[in-house]
Design a protein. Sequence first.
Length: 119
Amino acid sequence: MADIRMGPAETQFAEIIWSNEPITSGALSKKAEEALNWKKTTSFTVLKRLCERGIFQNQNGTVTSLISKEEFFARHSEQYVRETFGGSLPAFLAAFGTGKKLSDREIDEMKVLIEKMRG
């Protein structure tokens, strides 16, 4: 899965799937119409695109995810850091934290994460 990016509308659509899966494609298009004001054709076009990216599958009219929401966002974040910061997590954190003071709690949480990654 080379490119797993999603635009804001695709992300909202994906959230509908993740929150309701397994879901029939018909029920999905109705939920997208209610939540996003999309026509049925728009839903099916976006679903096809997300299936081609390997994020979801539509088998016999039932839509399920191939990767979880958590795994998607982890991969997306890794891709962003790789493409934008040359894969350097410290460079990303330095840019993210520019002008922002971390609370003691946030610092402690980051220390725990770093120790987990060390192992």
